[in-house]
Design a protein. Structure first.
Length: 240
């Protein structure tokens, strides 16, 4: 098994045409919220924008649209709100990073899986059964001007997944991600709370979201993108 690694939407577009599997990593918070939702039996549609088109999409699919963290609504991108929700079967989950990358990857033939620190080991076990070339995309964050900000928590999430995947061949970038994860694996929760994105969420009043993201290895769910929706591991994709 060969693995590669890159960042953001452009990295996804670069790697996806050559990959059998693409793993999307957005620890704070899209893929963490995704695993919490699927743990509760909720299917998730990744959506790039929270706008009127998202409202129409959710209505058309009889789904709940996640609101912004600071807005009033049953659920938001905050994984803590999804964990507390009741009676939801389908969730449309917009985000500018992990959801946007997931949505654009629907254009390619590769199997797309969602990876966080919570499910890195189970996702790696699933991907091992698929074989082939695995591309790992760390979503990163955005600076105010819209440019990509590489986020260390996504580097750690990618590295955790790759550590458990134990590939026979890895690009230098992928090996660097593994090394970054191993450097903090014994102090993962403390590191997540102390990194820039973690401190930002805590300052915004969402320390619980960082705590959920730090639940390393606590989820067995493997979110797999099928027909625009993440569903829990339905088995290997059919042969082309």
């Amino acid at each position: 098994m060969t693995v590669t690694f890159d960042w953001g939407p452009q990295g996804a577009r670069s790697l996806a045409p050559h990959a059998t599997v693409v793993a999307v990593v957005d620890v704070l918070s899209f893929t963490t919220t995704l695993t919490v939702a699927l743990d509760r039996g909720i299917s998730v549609a990744p959506y790039p924008w929270r706008d009127e088109s998202a409202v129409r999409f959710a209505a058309r699919h009889d789904a709940v649209l996640a609101v912004g963290r600071r807005e009033h609504g049953p659920v938001s991108l905050s994984p803590a709100t999804v964990r507390a929700a009741r009676g939801i079967e389908r969730l449309v989950l917009p985000s500018p990073n992990g959801a946007t990358i997931s949505a654009l990857l629907g254009e390619y033939d590769a199997t797309v899986v969602g990876v966080s620190l919570r499910n890195a080991a189970s996702a790696a076990a699933y991907v091992t059964t698929l074989g082939g070339t695995v591309a790992v995309v760390a979503s990163g964050e955005r600076w105010p001007d819209g440019s990509l900000r590489p986020a260390v928590e996504d580097l750690w999430g990618a590295g955790a997944f790759l550590h458990h995947l134990a590939p026979s061949s890895a690009s230098p970038e992928a090996r660097s991600a593994i090394g970054a994860y191993r450097a903090v694996s014994d102090v993962l929760s403390e590191s997540l709370h102390a990194c820039f994105s973690g401190l930002e969420l805590i300052d915004y009043g969402f320390p619980q979201d960082v705590a959920v993201a730090a639940e390393a290895g606590q989820s067995d769910v493997v979110p797999v993108l099928r027909d625009g929706w993440y569903v829990a591991d339905p088995g290997p994709a059919p042969a082309a």
